[in-house]
Every structure is written in structure tokens, then in C-alpha cells.
Design a protein around this ligand. Structure first.
Ligand SMILES: [Zn+2]
Length: 318
């Protein structure tokens, strides 16, 4: 089925059936995303990244999938109590959609980058046992940014209000996935990751393509003084942060709210990513719990939505 024939960018090589879905993002003016679905998943891609046919990436909504109850839909995480076998089934549906095996380190709301590059992993594991070994190795590594230059693997995490940042350095053929919650953002995780890629590969931020996925906005995320203080320490971080003050009806003192998504995008720009290379999904997870999971806005427990990025393995490497 020529599923992408009518879409702006033709991407070859994906086996899952896919086609444009009812536009769930059109209410967000200016965003540049392309919506897709498979039998058991619904997801979108960023136009900036989609221009590169060797890149596979997806931001999955919660729609479809197999989970039920408070986790209803395509929940990617068993850490909040969903049935482990059902989550595995959801993740297999994700794997089918991206067409690459998923790998993940252990996110801890820190600022560390783990490089899963040729020097460490060699090539992509070519059998189930090697893949399992790599997964077990990564499970013990605490990091909130993953970067790889190995084709044939998809970096993958599940999110529920923290900003997913997907990136690609075409000059050095490396992809990354960042988990940017308030702690990561307060630690400058986006500029730190780009700087780490600069040291490792010689990455130039002006060449990096980036997509910032759904995350909680100032409309939905009240924070206390400690959060504000954490952003005050570093000039780049402080100037990138988007805090909003609002006074609720019947109250006299304003409350503070943080826009995690825009703060994350601002950090990317401050780190040297060009505006024309940065796509922001423009979606607040708290406002759109019909599409995504929100740790802050939904009653406990809730699920986590899945994000993945990798490079196809059937390409020539230098
Ligand atoms: Zn909101």
C-alpha cells in the first residue's frame, strides 16, 4: 500500500501499514507534524526529521494499544502498575510501527548522556541474545539523554509530562532522545547533550535537527518556589525558562506555573539550534489527556506515552 504517496515526504522502508489520520494537532497553530497510524498504534512525526529518509522516529499517542482502565491505550511503561504482559504487547506494537528493536537506559531526572555508539555496541545486535545483552547493559545505566550512531536500533522512552526531545545530527549521523522534565531542564539537559555530542562527534548545534514532543505547559503545571530557584542558578537556564504567574479567583497571592515544553525548546535555541531546524509539537499533555498521558493532571495511576528515534539499518555506512 503506497501509504505515504499523498504526504509531504515520502519515506521508504517501513513495513507497517500507515496512513494519515484525523488531524489531532491542527488546533495548534504553526506546528509541523505528520500524523500516522498502524493497526495498533497512532503516532506523529516531525517534518524537520522526516526530511531524512534514513531516520525513523515516532511520538505515539495513547490511542489504540491494549491497556485498559486508567492506563487505557498504548501505555509504554509498567512502572506505574499496569499489567507487564500488556505493556510488552504495547511495546511490540511500537516496535512493529518503527521497524527497529527498541533500546533504553534508565531515566532518573538527571542530566547525564549515555552514548550507545559503535565504539561500545559495535554494530546493531544481529541476534536476540546480543540484543538482550545490550538491553540488560543499558538497564543498569542511569541517563536522561541517549545518543547513538549505530543504525538498526531505536532509542525509546515513555513520557507523562516531561518533554521528549528527538534530535539528529546529519553531519555525524547520530540520533538522540532526551527526557527533559523540570529537573532536567533546570540542569540544562538540552545544551548539555548537544555539548556532549560536540565533544564526542564534533556536532555543530547549527546543523542539528530537533523535535520537541508533547509536554506539560504553564496552563496545567503549578510549581513551588524550589523549582523556580533551581532555574535561577545558570544564566542560560534562567533565561530559557518560561514561568507564568496567575492569581486564582478568590486568592490574593499569585501562583507560579512552568511551561516545560517551551522552556525545553528555548534551551535548544539558546544552545545554537536554528529556529528553522526546530519543530515544537505545540501540545500540552495536561490539556490533551485524550491523546497523551499526564502524570500531573490525571489521577494516579496513569500510563506513559512512547517516543522512539533511530536510523534504518539497510543503508550504506562509510
Ligand atoms: Zn495545559
Amino acid at each position: 500500500m503506497p501509504c505515504r504517496a499523498s504526504l509531504p515526504h515520502q519515506v521508504a522502508g517501513r513495513t507497517a501499514a500507515c496512513y494519515a489520520v484525523a488531524a489531532f494537532t491542527t488546533s495548534n497553530e504553526g506546528n509541523r507534524v505528520i500524523e500516522r497510524q498502524t493497526e495498533h498504534t497512532e503516532y506523529f512525526e516531525f517534518e524537520a526529521l522526516n526530511a531524512f529518509p534514513q531516520i525513523v522516529h515516532a511520538v505515539f499517542t495513547r490511542r489504540r494499544g491494549f491497556s485498559t482502565g486508567p492506563y487505557a491505550g498504548l501505555n509504554g511503561s509498567a512502572t506505574t502498575g499496569d499489567d507487564v504482559a500488556t505493556v510488552r504487547r504495547n511495546r511490540r506494537a511500537v516496535e512493529d510501527a518503527v521497524g527497529l528493536p527498541l533500546i533504553w537506559a534508565k531515566p532518573v531526572h538527571g542530566v547525564r548522556t549515555v552514548f550507545i555508539d559503535r565504539a561500545i555496541a559495535g554494530g546493531a545486535p544481529d541476534d536476540a541474545a546480543s540484543l538482550q545483552r545490550l538491553r540488560e547493559h543499558l538497564r543498569g545505566i542511569e541517563a536522561d539523554a541517549m545518543v547513538t550512531d549505530v543504525p538498526g536500533l531505536a532509542l525509546c522512552w515513555s513520557f507523562g509530562d516531561c518533554a521528549p526531545v528527538l534530535l539528529y545530527d546529519p553531519a555525524h549521523e547520530a540520533v538522540g532522545l532526551i527526557h527533559s522534565g523540570w529537573r532536567g531542564a533546570a540542569g540544562g539537559i538540552v545544551p548539555r547533550t548537544i555539548a556532549a555530542m560536540g565533544e564526542r562527534y564534533g556536532t555543530n548545534p547549527a546543523e542539528v535537527l530537533m523535535g520537541v514532543g508533547p509536554a506539560i505547559g504553564s496552563c496545567c503545571y503549578e510549581v513551588q518556589a524550589n523549582v523556580r530557584y533551581a532555574f535561577a542558578l545558570d544564566p542560560l537556564v534562567r533565561e530559557s525558562a518560561v514561568f507564568v504567574e496567575r492569581t486564582a479567583a478568590g486568592e490574593t497571592k499569585p501562583r507560579s506555573y512552568l511551561d516545560v515544553r517551551t522552556t525545553t525548546s528555548n534551551q535548544a535555541l539558546a544552545a545554537g539550534v536554528l529556529p528553522e531546524h526546530l519543530d515544537d509539537a505545540g501540545i500540552c499533555t495536561g490539556c490533551r489527556t485524550d491523546l497523551f498521558y499526564s502524570h500531573r493532571r490525571e489521577p494516579w495511576p496513569s500510563g506513559r506515552f512512547v517516543v522512539a528515534i533511530g536510523m534504518r539499518s539497510n543503508r550504506r555506512t562509510a
